[in-house]
Design a protein around this ligand. Structure first.
Ligand code: 13P
Length: 260
């Protein structure tokens, strides 16, 4: 069975004290949930936090051997090491104990010129060093309006991921994040999310077989919040969310975690 996942992408937000306090609050709530003190602990998803690089070890230190919570980085470089001032490699990220890395976020694609071939190299690096890539795809508004959204997403997946072998692909999480929904307050409708997720799962099945398609977690991202998460997550092919803004408030993020 594929995993339900709720991931928080903090982007370039919070100072250290704020980051620690957010993670601490979240831990207290998760502890209560796990021990049955609050809510229903039968369907707790895997939780992944993506703090800025500089906080990764500090956040990890707050969760030693904590079941069901992982910490990752928001990006990695496409080489192992070398003269790349200001960059951080997958190898380094893994060496501090993080387990996941976001690759291909639309903000990296559009603001930092990250193209499909580069993203494929990053995926290779992540897998080489034992990190789980959370690979993002998603169309821009004009692409949806022109009816090209399926083709755009298929293209991103083909170039970024579909050169992997079966075993490698089996280690990837895919996040569908329509660019028009990111940070805009305009969420994809549950039907739109389901339609694209079903399409992605079909692509996975056509390329890698039904077993891999069924075991790959597909997350939705883009103005997902405590109010709309339950309906999105109730769609058969939506296995959770990659949350931006709403992951910065412990209460909201916790409500999203409880939305299955
Ligand atoms: P928002 O939830 O703020 O729309 O951001 C989504 C996102 O980009 C997560 O990676």
């Amino acid at each position: 069975m594929r995993k339900n996942i709720v991931a928080g992408n903090w982007k370039m937000n919070l100072n250290l004290e704020e980051a620690k306090s957010l993670a601490g609050e979240l831990k207290a709530k998760l502890d209560q949930l796990k021990t049955g003190l609050v809510g229903d602990n039968r369907s707790i998803p895997e939780v992944i936090l993506f703090p800025p690089y500089v906080y990764v070890t500090r956040i990890l230190d707050l969760f030693p051997n904590y079941q069901g919570l992982s910490v990752g980085a928001q990006n990695c470089h496409h080489e192992d090491h070398g003269a790349f001032t200001g960059e951080v490699s997958a190898h380094m990220i893994r060496s501090v104990g993080a387990t996941h890395v976001i690759i291909g976020h639309s903000e990296r694609r559009s603001q930092f010129g990250e193209v499909d071939l580069l993203l494929a190299e990053k995926v290779k690096q992540a897998l080489k060093h034992g990190l789980t890539p959370v690979f993002c795809c998603g169309e821009m508004l004009p692409e949806r309006e022109n009816g090209n959204h399926f083709q755009v997403v298929a293209d991103q997946l083909q170039k970024g991921l579909f050169w992997l072998d079966k075993a490698q692909l089996g280690r990837v999480v895919v996040a569908y994040e329509p660019v028009w929904a990111i940070g805009t307050g305009v969420t994809a409708t549950p039907a739109q999310a389901q339609e694209m997720h079903a399409y992605i799962r079909q692509l996975l099945s056509d390329t890698y077989g039904e077993a891999i398609a069924q075991q790959t977690s597909l997350l939705y991202g883009g103005s997902c919040n405590a109010k709309n998460a339950a309906e999105l997550f109730s769609q058969p092919d939506v296995d959770g969310g990659l949350i931006g803004g709403a992951s910065l408030k412990a209460d909201d993020f916790f409500r999203i975690i409880q939305s299955f």
